[in-house]
Structures are given as C-alpha cells and as structure tokens.
Design a protein around this ligand. Structure first.
Ligand SMILES: [Zn+2]
Ligand SMILES: [Zn+2]
Ligand SMILES: [Zn+2]
Length: 1004
C-alpha cells in the first residue's frame, strides 16, 4: 500500500520556515476504517446490527416480485457442532444465494435440519443408560427430540455466526409436526399407488445397531475373514453328469462335452465350495454352477472332485489334493438339479445353475444361502428354496436345534463372527474341510458404528424400483425408467454426476425403507391381527396425516389401533376386525428425500411463482457423496409424488482434506474447527477460504493456510479498501463527483474501464459458480492494478493538489466508484468486510444502508462503452511503466540516483513502427511524469537507430538544474516563482492559496 511521502524538512533549503509545517497542508488519507480488522470482535456486532435492522427481511422485501431463484437446502444432521465440511456447504450455498440476490433474483434461503434417525437414538440411549428400560417409546422420542433440538440450535447459531443469510428463525426440520405429517403423506402416496411391498429380502444388516441399512449407509473397509474350502458330497446319480451309458438313453442333451466317457468314478464324488463366511454354511441350501463354464472331475486316490476347469489348478494347490487325474470334463449345465449332502447338517443341497458365478476366484461352485446374499436369494427364488434363517437381529445363530436333531448345534447363541471358528472346527470333525486361511479383503461396514455388516433376509418394507407407472405423456413405463429419464432433464455440475447417479439408479435394488428403531416417522400402516394383510384405506391414511400434524408422529406410539380406526373397520382380505400397528420406522433418506414435498410444496417462501411453468427448485448443492444419498432419495420421492425431478440443476463439491491429501480428523491432529477459526481469525476468513478453493475438486484446508489467507490475502484486500476510503475523506459524491466520463483524467478513465472489465469477469464467474475465479480476479486487481499501479501513481495528485482541483476530484470520483463497485462485488464472499466498507463510504442520501441490499454494479454504469483505443494506449503506457520502474530500481540500488522524484527521465521510442509505444507516449505526454513518478519526462523518438536498438530507450538522469519544491518534492523550474509561497512550485502555490494558507517570507 502506498504510504504518504515522508515530509522531513529538506536540508540545504534556503529561506525561513513557513509558519506551519507544509506537511499539514497535504491532503493525507483520513479514515475510521481500521487497518487491523478485529474480525472476531467486530463481526458479532455487525451480526447484531443486521439482526436488529431485520436485514434478511429487508432483502426479501426488496426483491419481492423479481424472478425467483430457489436453492433448496439439504438438511445437515443435528447431532454435533459444525465441522469444516458444514462450513464449506453452507458458505457455498450462501455465495449462490447472495450472488443471485445481487444479480436481481428473489433468492430465498430456508435452511433445514435432518433430525430423526439412528445416531441420535444411539446417543440418547447412551445418555439414558439403564433408565431407558423403564421408559416408554414416547418418552425416549421426547428425549431424542430434545437432543436434536439442542444441536439444531447450536448449529444454527454457528451458521449465523458465519454470516450466512436465511430464514433462521423458522427453518424446516424433519421433526417438525407438519414435516412428520408430510413424510407420512409421501409414504401413503407410494403405498396407495402400489409402489410399496413388505417382503423377505436380504438386506445389509448391522448387528451392532440391530437395523437394516440402506445402500447409502454402507461403506467399505478392510476386514479379515476366514476363508474355507469345503467339500460337498454328491448324492444324486453320477451318471446324470458323467453321461454313463448305464442310464438308458443318457440324453445327448446332457452336454457331457468332451467327457472321457466311461463309468462314473467308483470313489465318492464331491464338489468343492469356497467361502469367506463360514457362518452362513448352516443356511446353505444350494451350490450354484455356471451353466456355460467347463467343469472337470479330478480323481485322487480316494475321491473325485468336481470344480471349474479354469480354477482347477489353483483349487488343487490350495486344497493340497496332490496328484490328480482328470477323468471327465463337462459343462456346468450338467450339474443342474444334482444333489449333495450338507457338510454337517442333515440336509440335501441342490445343484443349481446361475450366470453370476465367476471363474476368477473360488472353485466355480458357489455355496448358496438364500437368506444371506442377494444373488443367493434370487437363485433361491428360481429354484423355490426356503429361506432358512437362523441369525437373529443381534447376529446370533439361534434355533439351530431344528437341524441338529433337536439338539442345539455347537454354534448356537454365538454371533456370526464368533461362530466362524466353531463351524470350521465342525467341518474339520466331519472331514469336510479341505483348507482354511485368513483373507484380508474389502468388506461392507456400517457407516454409523463402523462395525462389519452382514447380509440377512428380513421382513422389510420396500419401494419396488420396477413398479409400473405412467410418464407424464401417458406412456407406460416403470418407476426406475422414469427416474432415469428425469436424470437427463437435470443439469449436473460437474457433469460426471449424471453418469454416477444414472449408474446408481440403473443397478440399485428395491429401496428398503423400513428400520427397526424408534426415533423416526413410523410406517403408519395397520396390519390385520389375523392374516397380517396391510389395511389400504386412503381415508384412514388421511386421518393419520392430520393426526401427526396435530400431535406429531408420537401419536402412533400413544394411541391404540382401536382409538385410531373407525368402528367396524375390517380386513379386506379376511374380514377380521382386530388390527395391530406396524412399528418399523421409515429410512431417514426417505424423510429428507420427502423435503421437496414437505418444504417446496407448502412453504410459500421457497416456491416458484405460481405461474412458473417449471416448479422445480433451481439448485440442490451438496457433497459429491449425495448422489447415492439425498439426491437419489429426493429424485425418487419427487417422481413418486409429482412424476418429475425436484431440481433443475445439481452441484456437488469435494471432500475437505489436509495438504497431504488426508481427511481432516481429530485423531490425525489436522482437524479444523470452523468455529475456532472464526473466534481466532474471523468469519470472513472462513468465507475467503471457501472462495479460494475450486470446490468441484477435493479441497485443501489447514491452519497455516487459513492463517496465510488472513495475514496476506485478506490484509491486502482490507488495506486497499482502507487506502481508498482514506482518500475519500473530503469527497462528497453528491457535489464533488465528476459526472462526465470524458472530463476524467485519462488514467482515471482507463481505471474505470478496467473496473468495468473486472465487473464483467466477476459477475460471469458468479453465474457459473466459479467462486475461485472471483477470488483470483479480485486479488489480481487489488495487487496489480490498484496497489502497484493506480493508487501508487495517484498519491501525488491526491496529496498535493488543491483539494477541489478537478484532477484530484477526477481521481476521487474514480476511487469512489471503484470502492463502491468492489464492495458490492465482494459482498457475497466477504460479507462482513464489504458491509463495513459500504458503511464507511462518504455519506450519500438514499444509498441503501447495507451493501447486501444492492445489486451488482453494471459495467456500462462504470465506464463509457467506447474505450477500446484508450485501453490499448494505456496498456502500452503501463508496459513502459513496468520497464521504467525496473530501470529506476536498478539505478537506485546501484546508488546512481536517489528517489525517483530526483530524476528526469529521458525516454525515446521508435516511431512509425508496428508495436511502437511512441504514439501512446506522445498522446499522453503530459501524464507521463505522474505515471512514472519522476519529476519530468523528456520524450523523444528515433527511426531505426542502430545505436539504440529495440523499441525504447529509457535513461534516468539525476536532476541538477532545477529546484525541489518543498511541498511536493518534485524538481521544477517554477519553484520560487510565487512570492507568497517562495519555497514551493506553482502548482503547490495554487494549492496553498486555495486553502488560504498564510503567505510566508523567505530570506533568499
Ligand atoms: Zn452399525
Ligand atoms: Zn386379515
Ligand atoms: Zn510542489
């Protein structure tokens, strides 16, 4: 930042000193805008000012009637203080809302919270401890509600502290009575239209939390599992496989391709399965073979083994089978409908065919437990196998006596992972174990408790992805295909989001929407007490929605079916009149996904205008992991409710990582608490950090980086503002403004043109959510154009000219316009500082009280449109300036000259040559001394002078034939020409006269 010239009394200056020091006559900057920001102290005061003046309400009223821009807030989970990811999320949204507002849109922001679900219930369980055993579900729900409210309040205060504007006093939350009712309403909408079924299905199950998990709640991590090779003895007629002639008419359709036909082996025949979940073996019902793979029969001394031909060598090695002889070769289709003996239970195992069998690992023979695998379940359905299920909610092997001849199996009561070694021991005992080892592999874990999960068939409620439905044009389609079609109508930013969510929707299984917990919205369905058929009565469902609206979803736990159902209600299926309530609750993803209905359909503050042909929200913006989470559930809920996507565009951001690319965590010691940063450095520093990163990628944060932002970048911006405000201390925009662009000094005109250019660049970047480009453009402008050039050059004019000199007013006009424009352009990012700048501008009637009530500046309001030549000329002059300053610097460091003002610059340029600087230099010859900061410039030209060479010759010469002005320190020939002010130049004399400075004598 330029400093005021250091006005020491000059030595060797003849004459008596003037009555007051001349320094006091300089127009030095004055401002109350402090250099030291004190953001941690001052931001809360500004927040209070915003709150007291109802700023958000004022903004809403000011924009009423403008085109709407709806950013629908994805609700964070209310179970802790905010972390840096929250800060990034809310700040980015605030950037969008503020930039749209300042671009003239009516852009409301209604924040939301996700308040139900397992993490809160578990925390409350921990807090209640044994007390919970005596509490009824309603009391537990109340405790959960209090817990969620506490963190909603905490997070709200933290978001407000960050300078995020929104309807904070009335956010939405998934535990609002009305929201709970709307969730139930959304569910009933699906339920009444046949999308919902209750069925046994294998789902990811957390045995620690005792609940089913949605796909989005499963994460992969390394886990060590015991892998076992187990032999299953063939019990059906081998001839069916080996194509032996003993079976009459051994059908040629039995594709014993290449079989070395002969009698079936006399030794016992086995197949070998390989599994990493020995605990599922009690539920083993089948072995699956790929119908098209080749299988071989390998004979050892005492047995024959059937395995995939491809995998045979690795199986022989792993199981140490020793010398083997291939005795037959056939396709897997030959093994369909064969039977085997279960390795330790009295059960027949069916040979089946399935195309998901692979030949890259294992044996090509896949142990199949329909209760414990999605593929297995499908095979079980095709072959009509029962779903044998021993594993209970807590993951314990139970009721094993059913296949133990009435005696419990040795693994009875053990959790699945603990039952593994017992089962391996049992296999060994039964002679069925061929090999065992430990295998570390990527394995699904619960995202809440981080324990490994299992697959388990349970009774769950589902939304069927392939439910038939109609497209808006009336054509027949399915729920899944509607979702895929709607994805194409949405703008995905970054674009890869579209492919990601398309793949997820294409392959996702039916949506398991039930959870076996308390803290949520119940699946409010009545089940027949006799046949369990769900009651489907829209009128009754409507009454439940109204009830939840009045009493919250707690009502489901308070009232009995008799209280809730009209007298005489009977089961549609069996006529029975006694009902029970379904006590499962809905998946929280269904709850937040229903926000397009619960919030956008009913809250007038975030609805598109009634006449808007496209009622979708303009933007959903969340982390890139939400394609499988909130974006997906919102899409599906909205298609169910409205047959359209809920959003026009979806933007995602990356993870916050440290400089080494590691996630931020307390245990790694790289955790960054945004609240601590605000207390230490300020909310604007957090905001500046968000603007500095390219959010579409993973973003880097560290304490040193934030400190550097505060100490370098922010300080520079602040000091630039401070310098400009300081030079406006005697500027009254109403009376001192130079209104006519053509009357401005040429450099000032040029700077307005540059500011108009910057405005265009920044507002475009805002439109494209390229906030980091705004950040870089701002820094570049403040450093290169303002600080290093314009404000540096202006010092002489601002400080030494008469206060009301037209050239000084010209400079002030432009500084005023730049400050005013920059305050508005930075307001979405530096929301506190920009408003502080705004309120430090010289007073002007009718100016809005806060920068946040203004619109972005328009380029055409800043500058004349016809500035092409001007900009070209000055770009050339600035190029020359850079070279001049370099030469002056060299001369100075080699002690050949003193200050720049102690120089006369001899400048020659090659004329009449393409790319020559001469024309611009000549045109603005009068401005060159100011531009270069020297006492005077002697401009000359040359034509292809071989002695000079190049385009320019720059020679600084120490002044020796003129006097230095005692006030402005320039050397001029007119110092002493004024009899009233004999030690100064005529320009300064004029300035002194203008401020009625008393004349003084000299003793020359
Ligand atoms: Zn868990
Ligand atoms: Zn019934
Ligand atoms: Zn002077």
């Amino acid at each position: 930042m330029p400093e005021a010239p250091n006005q020491k009394p000059a030595p060797n200056q003849p004459g008596a000193p003037p009555p007051k020091p001349l320094k006091s006559t300089l127009n030095l900057p004055q401002t109350a805008f402090p250099m030291k920001a004190g953001l941690p102290l001052h931001e809360p005061l500004r927040l209070k000012q915003w709150q007291d003046s109802g700023l958000y309400g004022q903004i809403r009223r000011a924009r009423a009637g403008s085109p709407r821009y709806i950013l629908h807030d994805g609700p964070p989970y209310a179970n802790g203080a905010i972390h840096l990811g929250h800060a990034l999320n809310k700040t980015l949204k605030d950037f969008v809302v503020k930039t749209k507002t300042m671009a003239g849109f009516d852009a409301p922001y209604v924040p939301g919270w996700d308040c139900h679900g397992l993490p809160i219930e578990i925390k409350v369980d921990e807090q209640l401890g044994r007390k919970k055993l005596q509490m009824d579900p309603v009391a537990v729900r109340r405790a959960c509600r209090q817990y969620a409210q506490k963190y909603l309040d905490l997070q709200r205060s933290q978001f407000i502290r960050m300078g995020i504007f929104g309807r904070w006093e009335r956010p939405y939350s998934t535990m609002d009575y009305e929201y709970e009712a709307r969730i139930a309403e959304s569910f009933f909408h699906f339920f009444e239209r046949g999308f919902v079924f209750k069925g046994l299905k294998p789902v990811s199950w957390c045995i620690h939390d005792r609940t089913a998990l949605a796909e989005a709640e499963v994460e992969y991590a390394n886990h060590t599992s015991p892998s076992v090779y187990v032999r299953y003895k063939l019990t059906s007629d081998p001839a069916a496989i080996f194509g032996s002639s003993t079976e009459s008419g051994a059908p040629s359709s039995r594709p014993n391709l290449g079989a070395k036909v002969g009698d079936a082996p006399q030794n016992p025949i086995f197949t070998i399965i390989w599994t990493t979940t020995p605990w599922t073996l009690p539920a083993s019902l089948a072995v699956a073979f790929h119908p098209d793979f080749e299988y071989v029969a390998l004979a050892t001394d005492d047995a024959t083994y059937i395995v995939s031909a491809t995998l045979a060598p690795s199986v022989v090695a792993a199981c140490s089978l020793g010398e083997v002889k291939e005795v037959a070769r056939f396709k897997g289709s030959a093994l369909d409908r064969t039977t085997f003996q279960h390795p330790f239970l009295d059960r027949s195992i069916l040979g089946t065919n399935a195309t998901y069998v692979t030949d890259d690992t294992g044996t090509g023979a896949v142990h199949t437990a329909p209760a414990h695998g999605v593929d297995d379940f499908a095979t079980g359905k095709r072959y009509d196998l029962p779903e044998v299920q021993y594993v209970d909610d807590a993951g314990r092997q139970s009721h094993t006596e059913r296949f133990g001849g009435g005696v419990p199996q040795p693994y009875e009561g053990l959790t699945v992972f603990k039952s593994n070694p017992v089962i391996i021991e049992l296999l060994k005992e039964k002679g069925a174990l061929l090999a065992t080892a430990n295998l570390e592999h990527s394995y699904p874990h619960c995202w809440r408790c981080h324990n490994p999960v299992i697959t388990r068939a349970t009774e769950q409620w589902f939304i069927a992805m392939d439910t038939p439905m109609r497209a808006p044009d009336g054509s027949e389609t399915t729920f899944r295909d509607r979702a895929l079609a709607e994805i194409k109508t949405v703008t995905w930013d970054p674009v890869w989001g579209q492919e990601r969510i398309t793949n997820m929707v294409t392959t996702r299984p039916d949506w398991c929407i039930s959870r076996q917990r308390i803290w949520g919205v119940p699946i409010a369905v009545f089940l027949c007490g006799k046949c369990s058929t769900p009651l489907r009565d829209p009128a009754i469902n409507k009454q439940i929605v109204d009830l939840f609206m009045r009493e919250s979803a707690d009502a489901w736990y308070i009232h009995t079916p008799e209280e809730l159902l009209p007298a005489g209600t009977a089961c549609n299926a069996c006529g029975h009149t006694v009902f029970r309530k379904e006590m499962d609750i809905l998946d929280v993803w269904f709850e937040s996904g229903a926000s397009s209905h619960a919030v956008l359909d009913f809250d007038p503050d975030v609805q598109q205008a009634p006449n808007d042909p496209d009622p979708r929200a303009d933007l959903y913006a969340e982390g890139g992991d939400q394609h499988r989470g909130w974006f997906m559930s919102s899409l599906l809920c909205s298609i169910g409710m409205h047959n359209r996507a809920p959003f026009k565009s979806v933007a995602t951001y990356g993870w916050t990582l440290d400089e080494k690319g590691r996630a931020l965590s307390k245990s790694l010691g790289n955790f960054i608490d945004p609240v601590a940063i605000m207390d230490q450095l300020g909310g604007d520093i957090v905001r500046l950090w968000v603007a500095s990163v390219d959010f579409r990628e993973d973003v880097v944060a560290s304490l040193p980086l934030l400190k550097r932002l505060a100490e370098e970048i922010y300080r520079k911006l602040r000091n630039t503002f401070r310098f400009m405000l300081g030079n406006l201390h005697d500027f009254d925009p109403a009376t001192n403004m130079v209104e006519d662009f053509s009357k401005l000094e040429p450099l000032d005109q040029y700077m307005l043109a540059r500011t108009a250019e910057l405005t265009k660049k920044i507002t475009t970047a805002y439109t494209e959510f390229e906030f980091h480009r705004v950040y870089h453009a701002l820094n570049e402008f403040c450093n290169s154009e303002l600080s290093a050039l314009y404000l540096d050059v202006l010092k002489d004019r601002l400080y030494t000219f008469a206060p009301n000199h037209p050239a000084r007013r010209s400079a002030q006009t432009v500084i005023y316009k730049i400050t005013e424009a920059l305050a508005r352009l930075t307001a979405p990012i530096l929301s506190f500082t920009a408003d502080e700048v705004w309120q430090s501008l010289p007073p002007l009637a009718n100016r809005p009280t806060s920068v946040h009530l203004t619109l972005f500046p328009k380029p055409e309001d800043l500058s004349s449109t016809d500035t092409k030549q001007l900009e070209e000329d000055w770009a050339a002059l600035i190029e020359v300036r850079i070279r001049v300053l370099k030469i002056l610097e060299t001369e100075r460091s080699e002690k050949r000259i003193g200050k720049s003002l102690d120089c006369v610059l001899s400048l020659s340029a090659r004329a009449n040559y393409p790319g020559s600087f001469y024309d611009a230099l000549k045109k603005y010859e009068m401005n060159l001394a100011e531009l270069f900061g020297v006492s005077s410039v002697q401009l000359g030209s040359f034509n292809n002078n071989p002695e000079v060479g190049g385009l320019l010759s720059i020679v600084p010469i120490a002044v020796n034939n003129s006097r230095r002005c005692d006030r402005c320190w320039r050397y001029t020939f007119d110092v002493g020409h004024s009899s009233a002010y004999p030690t100064v130049c005529l320009r300064c004399a004029e300035a002194l006269d203008a401020i009625d400075f008393p004349p003084y004598a000299t003793n020359v």
